[in-house]
Write a protein that binds this ligand. Structure first.
Ligand SMILES: Cc1cc2nc3c(=O)[nH]c(=O)nc-3n(C[C@H](O)[C@H](O)[C@H](O)COP(=O)(O)OP(=O)(O)OC[C@H]3O[C@@H](n4cnc5c(N)ncnc54)[C@H](O)[C@@H]3O)c2cc1C
Ligand SMILES: *[C@@H]1O[C@H](CO)[C@@H](O)[C@H](O)[C@H]1NC(C)=O
Ligand SMILES: *[C@@H]1O[C@H](CO)[C@@H](O)[C@H](O)[C@H]1NC(C)=O
Ligand SMILES: *[C@@H]1O[C@H](CO)[C@@H](O)[C@H](O)[C@H]1NC(C)=O
Ligand SMILES: *[C@@H]1O[C@H](CO)[C@@H](O)[C@H](O)[C@H]1NC(C)=O
Length: 503
């Protein structure tokens, strides 16, 4: 049993990043065993499927050199593969939508890349209350399937993002103030366990595992189907509301005003600052209101009272809105996300937390621009995700999850995003964001506003996740992983992603 003592869970992995370790005897044995037993689902180097699948990642930083691609046609076939890979001691990685932008989290040099592309169930049950959802999908496909029924689910906000990684991380979603995290709406998981068996996991069959899958990421099994509750949402009022640099302070006050008083469950916001090296900073908030007939609700006034620079607010379908937001995503970039959290209960505390993050981040930007030319930076963004009482009470009412947030607090989960176009700046950017994050967290700690929660979906490889869920939840996750995976297959043979055994 491996209990790592490092504070940097993926440090070992990251150090492999630049090396040329593209073959590994066990990977070769693993691919051969798969080829012998499940030949139609294994794809060797240079085949069309191998080339397509091994390049199908969100950020260039994720591209690696797997020995073969395994693309199961069913959960049973995936279970059979897990047994064969264990027999060969071959390491593997699993990729759903490929949006975890961390090298080695969903891909592997010299091992087996398992892709979920054929596990593509997408079907409503008879009374349309539950969507059976395979891990192949992107949220855009899901919303466009549901739109004719006037239905939605609590998934990602941008159409291109993948289903499985998001639901296993938690799932920040438009309906959070009604239903909690996306994972809180999952009523059943079909899972391939470490011994290769396929089980249906729900609150009655395996209550401990059911809880652990809600925020525990890839530590417990490979999910081959999610059964999620649907939400009626034929039309929503939503868009991006953008204001210019002179109003940044008003904008930051609007975030705190909203966060301190989230009383309307139909609301959701994603406020962001978007600095650019050569032009003034813009401040832009995604404003979302789950209503087919109310526009400019009172609760958004702190934002919409600020003079507008650009706005896309209007009535639209969720499917169209997720596509609209998806347009902001640029393909073929190098990317890093970093997560952190401040918390408070009053406007003053929340405003102070936001302000410290803002000031620390902007003070450090010249150091980034000094090392990376403006022409090589495609996006910089700093955003804040408010998560308060309505959201966390909805989570609790649904049975709870592993994330460990407390409904007496309002959390602002912040994310720093940097995207650049040239891999020669990978190390420089990584170092800059790590130092910037340390500086932000040191400042929020000394103000007494820091919370150790790092949202997996926004976290970088150098960050620690499970201690931030609280010691009790972390220990419970370790115990559940040991129970369902006594040989630690998902800790060691599948090295990628955030591991509950790491600190
Ligand atoms: C542009 C962009 C927008 C985003 N928007 C949101 C948002 O609105 N809300 C939000 O919560 N998050 C958001 N995220 C973060 C997102 O939740 C994560 O990137 C998430 O990992 C995406 O899921 P995926 O299937 O694409 O990930 P992948 O990279 O495929 O997988 C992530 C991790 O889960 C593992 N995994 C994948 N499939 C399975 C499976 N079936 N069973 C077990 N383990 C598996 C992988 O091995 C990997 O470790 C966004 C990210 C990006 C890049
Ligand atoms: C793949 O193709 C490249 C270029 O055509 C070639 O150099 C390489 O040897 C091939 N690899 C395999 C494993 O066939
Ligand atoms: C390969 O497998 C052998 C046992 O079969 C094991 O001892 C060794 O550590 C494995 N190597 C890697 C790199 O996984
Ligand atoms: C909270 O928001 C509601 C609108 O949703 C508003 O009526 C109320 O005055 C606000 N309370 C405070 C303290 O700002
Ligand atoms: C946010 O940062 C900018 C740039 O450093 C600064 O001008 C502004 O005053 C800051 N606002 C707050 C509220 O911290």
């Amino acid at each position: 049993m491996r209990i790592a003592s490092t504070a940097l869970p993926l440090a070992g992995l990251l150090s492999l990043a630049g090396s040329s370790l593209a073959t590994n005897p066990n990977g070769t044995y693993g691919c051969a065993a798969l080829k012998d037993n499940i030949p139609n689902s294994v794809f060797e180097r240079n085949s069309t499927v191998y080339n397509d699948e091994s390049n199908n990642f969100w950020s260039n930083t994720e591209i690696m050199s797997p020995e073969c691609v395994f693309r199961p046609e069913s959960a049973t076939e995936l279970g059979q593969a897990i047994k064969l890979l264990r027999g060969s001691n071959a390491q593997f990685a699993v990729r759903g939508g490929g949006h975890m932008g961390i090298r080695g989290s969903n891909n592997i040099d010299g091992g087996v890349l398992i892709v979920m592309s054929k596990l593509n169930t997408l079907k409503l049950n008879d009374d349309q209350s539950i969507l059976h959802l395979g891990p192949s999908h992107r949220w855009g496909e899901v919303y466009s399937y549901l739109q004719p029924y006037g239905l939605a689910v609590a998934g990602g906000r941008l159409a291109p993002v993948g289903v499985p990684g998001l639901l296993l991380a938690g799932g920040v979603n438009f309906f959070g103030n009604q239903v909690g995290w996306g994972c809180d709406t999952v009523v059943n998981y079909e899972v391939v366990l470490a011994d290769g068996s396929v089980v249906e996991v729900n609150k009655d069959s395996y209550p401990d595992l059911f809880w652990a899958l809600k925020g525990g990421s890839s530590n417990f099994g490979l999910v081959t189907r999610f059964d999620v509750q649907t939400i009626k949402a034929p039309l929503v009022w939503a868009g991006s509301y953008t204001v210019s640099e002179e109003y940044v302070d008003d904008f930051l006050k609007a975030i705190a005003t909203f966060a301190a008083n989230i009383t309307d469950p139909k609301t959701h916001i994603v406020p962001a600052l978007v600095p650019t090296p050569d032009s003034p900073t813009l401040a832009s908030a995604i404003l979302f209101y789950d209503s087919a007939d109310t526009s400019y609700p009172e609760v958004f006034k702190p934002f919409t009272d600020i003079p507008v620079y650009a706005s896309t607010l209007g009535f639209k379908t969720l499917s169209d809105f997720a596509q609209e937001l998806g347009q902001m995503v640029v393909d073929d970039i190098n990317d890093i996300f970093v997560a952190g959290t401040v918390k408070g209960t009053t406007y003053d505390e929340l405003y102070q937390g936001i302000s410290i993050i803002n000031s620390t981040f902007f003070e450090r930007l010249p150091a980034l621009y000094a090392q990376v030319p403006a022409s090589a930076i495609s996006t910089i963004q700093l955003d804040w995700q408010p998560i308060g009482k309505l959201w966390l009470e909805a989570s609790a009412a649904a049975g709870g999850n592993a994330l460990g947030l407390d409904s007496s607090q309002v959390y602002l989960a912040y994310a720093e995003v940097v995207e650049w176009t040239d891999s020669q700046y990978d190390d420089v950017v990584m170092q800059w964001v790590e130092e910037t994050t340390d500086a932000i967290n040191a400042a929020t700690k000394s103000a007494g506003l820091h919370d150790p929660f790092n949202y997996i979906g926004d976290s970088a490889g150098f960050q620690s996740i499970f201690p931030g869920y609280g010691a009790e939840n972390h220990q419970r996750l370790v115990t559940i992983a040991q129970k369902y995976d006594p040989n630690a297959v998902f800790q060691s043979l599948m090295p990628g992603g955030f591991k509950v055994f790491d600190n």
